[in-house]
Design a binder for this molecule. Structure first.
Ligand code: 1GP
Length: 244
């Protein structure tokens, strides 16, 4: 049963905005997870994404397990590679890097995931992932050996998102990259969300409530924030509502 996806669709229909905290297993201290989630629970966060371009210390399984022990929020894997897949989560964003032309991230990683996913209870959500230039070279760019689409190529971004929808993706994720200097421009979000029928995720470089509101008002259905919470947990405490 597609429960998490159904909830995202219903939220979109009801214009209820969703916010995910992104946890990078390479960066979080496992002992700090309980305290971190106390703050998460005071905020408007609705989802937990876990993943990163690398999982150098192979901590994904234990990080997800510990998060699950400390929250009732839905936990989705946002994997940089098939090696990060763990049954401890509730679901997986099954990503294809549609902005790139590297077969490894369009289909090879996906094929390698099947052995783990064939008998899984994880909810699998096909997601078209579109990397957009965030003003710095990001880990996704380095690892995937693909170039992001420039922010002024709005038509290319919109066509890429719609090609994803036409191919059967259930979500489109516009990604400026973790720690981006420039978040995805609101003109891009407006253009893509006005044409797209499926829910739109936006992430990368969002560090303030003003930017968060701007992304939502432009048409993002779900926003992802990682770095801003890693660097300043007090930001979580500011997010008790969406008023600026
Ligand atoms: C990265 O979109 C996410 O994959 C979040 O980016 O870390 O810049 O918030 P930040």
């Amino acid at each position: 049963m597609q429960t998490m996806y159904k909830h995202i669709l219903e939220a979109k229909k009801g214009n209820q905005k969703l916010l995910a905290v992104l946890i990078d297993p390479d960066k979080i201290d496992i002992d700090h997870i309980p305290e971190f989630f106390k703050k998460v629970h005071t905020s408007i966060i609705t989802h937990v994404f876990v993943g990163g371009s690398t999982d150098a210390e192979k901590k994904m399984g234990i990080v997800v397990k510990t998060i699950k022990q400390n929250t009732h929020l839905p936990v989705l894997i946002f994997p940089g590679s098939h090696e990060q897949i763990t049954e401890a989560a509730d679901g997986i964003l099954f990503l294809s890097l549609l902005s790139g032309r590297n077969p490894k991230y369009l289909i090879e990683q996906q094929v390698q995931s099947v052995e783990k996913l064939i008998n899984t209870s994880l909810e699998i959500i096909p997601t078209g992932y579109i990397l957009i230039d965030g003003g710095v070279e990001t880990a996704v760019q380095r690892i995937s050996e693909t170039k992001p689409i420039t922010q002024d190529s709005i038509e290319t971004i919109m066509h890429t998102a719609l090609a994803g929808q036409f191919s059967g993706k259930r979500l489109i994720y516009l990604e400026a990259g973790s720690g981006a200097k420039k978040a995805v421009n609101t003109n891009i979000i407006k253009e893509v969300s006005s044409k797209l029928k499926i829910p739109l995720i936006v992430g990368g470089g969002i560090r303030s409530k003003t930017q968060l509101n701007a992304a939502f008002n432009a048409g993002a259905d779900l926003v992802v924030i990682g770095t801003a919470f890693e660097e300043n947990e007090a930001f979580l405490l500011e997010l008790k509502n969406l008023e600026c």
